[in-house]
Ligand binder design. Structure first.
Ligand code: F6P
Length: 545
């Protein structure tokens, strides 16, 4: 087949794809035990960049397979796609949007000093206008110049948001909570998250907080998400009730302006935020070219986290993400040395070719405890799709089931058992059991074959180790975020899907609204619509009675 003919066909019909399929069939005959002694392969699969060490030697791949995988990336035009994103191309074609989360952490001068950012000056300047506003606002709150409506300093922040407007922010909050410098900046301050639509979540978010000292941040790209809007209303009532009354006594009449001292918003929909009661000067915008799950570096994350840890800490975080963005684009023609790209290629290799449909992320650093939850949403909402960008149905399953939690708690044992899981470990050590078959079991086999069977693990499970020099801090937290965002995009590009839209979630929102409307109507009319299935009607009736 000529090069020209091949260009017109989907990636899964190319020669290199077929080579990889063939190669994957042969993988069971290559045990990691043997592959790990191949010097050339080892040096190709251990990458060092700056303060980061990535060891991919324990992936079930031969040197030949690796060559094919890199050729697949070439065939999928990955280098140019990376560059297109930085040049402001419409990467999110189904929503007709640019994809520019990289502009959120660009340095003010990047458009003038780094070629890849040359077309982004306008976006970078808008980003910095908001960042400067966040810096000024968070400093005024933190030094007590911006006070609550009864004159008390605002020591507490409740961040109200869901999904992409919550998970990544909580990951960074947890990651920095024990960092000596960041925690010093957060002394005597509280940051809480209110995401779930459940009275217990509300109770937890507000427990022990004095509303007079509390600032509620409504974080919603659309400002229409039902759960967030209901939770924001609940917080508004909580603020108003207590600001009006204290211990049953009327003490203070809260004006609209007064409420505005306790309620601020991060959104692309400033109009509705103002309607809701937020003062326009206390709204913080972002843009339609930032997807919800890629929005941690916008005001979504930087505002609440700057209120808590101070802007300087968050600036370090942005610098870390920016450093990886530059590595990602600078190495676009040398993907074998490109950390996010290599991790993405192995994602495709494991899930599509080796049919390992689950992937665990196991941070050994306890402070990264909420990172797996963020990556789960980032990846699954981005790549859990069944059609290609051009609408063709994919002939394979795209996207893994991501899960994980800190290692050493109990976790790697579970992964040892599962033959369909591949693992990323952030830190040292305990992955040996994933790939190695212990010798002792062979001896035991002769003595007690039943027990030996229980104690025998096949090994040969793939894993990757990622190590960072030094303690976890804001800078390497930003690096980590960026690595995983780009990994997700690489996988989507290879699969030829759009990693930046979320039509499935939108459908869920529409269906959710319908159910809610039916429930509200039931309260007044005592009957449910007839166009539900019998099973749904039964469940609704059970719930309502
Ligand atoms: O989780 C689904 C989702 O659509 C995310 O993409 C988004 O970040 C989240 O809901 C919240 O949406 P919004 O920020 O508009 O409230």
């Amino acid at each position: 087949m000529s090069e020209k003919e091949e260009k017109a066909i989907p990636i899964w019909e190319t020669e290199v794809w077929k080579h990889l399929e063939e190669n994957a069939k042969d993988i069971p005959s290559h045990h990691l035990r043997d592959l790990l002694n191949d010097k050339k392969r080892t040096s190709a699969l251990q990458l060092k960049h700056d303060n980061i060490w990535v060891d991919m030697t324990r992936q079930n791949i031969t040197s030949e397979g690796l060559n094919h995988l890199l050729k697949l990336a070439e065939k999928a035009n990955i280098g140019n796609k990376i560059y297109d994103m930085y040049r402001g191309g419409i990467m999110n074609v189904t929503e007709d949007r640019k994809v520019l989360h990289i502009a959120l952490r660009a340095d003010k001068n990047d458009a003038h000093v780094h070629k890849a950012y040359a077309s982004l000056d306008k976006e970078i300047q808008s980003v910095w206008a908001v960042l400067d506003k966040i810096k000024d606002f968070s400093e005024r709150v933190r030094n007590g110049k911006f006070k609550g409506s009864t004159g008390k300093p605002l020591r507490n922040v409740i961040s109200i948001g869901i999904g992409g407007s919550y998970l990544g922010v909580e990951f960074v909050y947890e990651a920095l909570r024990n960092n000596a410098q960041a925690s010093e900046h957060a002394r005597d301050r509280h940051l809480r998250f209110f995401a779930n639509i459940d009275p217990i979540a509300f109770g937890r978010a507000t427990h022990g907080l004095d509303p007079e000292e509390t600032l509620c941040v409504v974080v919603s790209k659309t400002f229409t998400t039902r759960e967030t809007m209901m939770n924001a209303l609940l917080c508004k009532e909580w603020l108003l009730t207590v600001l009006y009354k204290r211990r049953g006594k009327y003490i203070y009449k809260c004006t609209e302006k007064g409420l505005g001292q306790h309620l601020i918003a991060v959104t692309t929909n400033i109009k509705d935020a103002v309607k809701f009661g937020v003062l326009e000067e206390n709204t913080f915008e972002f843009w339609d070219w930032v997807g919800g799950r890629y929005s941690v570096c916008s005001a979504v994350g930087v505002l609440p986290l700057s209120l808590h840890y101070g802007f300087a800490t968050m600036h370090e975080f942005l610098k870390g993400a920016n450093a990886i963005d530059k590595h990602f684009v600078d190495e676009r023609d040398n993907l074998a040395k490109n950390i996010p790209a290599m991790l993405g290629l192995f994602g495709v290799w494991n899930s599509t070719f080796l049919k390992r449909s689950t992937r665990a992320l196991i941070p050994y650093c306890e402070a990264l405890c909420r990172f797996p939850a963020h990556v789960q949403q980032l990846d699954m909402e981005s790549n859990g799709k069944s059609v290609a960008v051009d609408g063709t149905r994919l002939p394979f399953e795209a996207g893994e089931i991501d899960f994980g939690e800190p290692g050493r708690r109990h976790f790697e044992n579970h992964c040892k058992q599962s033959s369909r899981t591949n693992v990323k470990l952030l830190c040292t050590g305990r992955c040996i059991g994933l790939w190695k078959r212990p010798k002792e079991t062979e001896k035991e086999n002769a003595i007690n074959s039943v027990l030996a069977a229980h104690k025998t693990f096949a090994g040969n499970r793939p894993s990757t180790i990622i190590l960072f020099d030094g303690a976890l801090n804001a800078y390497n937290c930003g690096q980590l975020l960026s690595i995983y965002e780009h990994r997700t995009a690489i996988q989507g590009s290879i699969w030829q899907i759009n990693s930046f839209d979320q039509w499935g979630v939108e459908l869920g929102k529409v269906l959710g609204k319908k159910v809610r409307t039916s429930i509200d109507a039931f309260v007044t009319e005592k009957k449910l619509p007839t166009d539900y299935s019998q099973a749904t009607l039964n469940s609704l009736q059970h719930y309502l009675t």
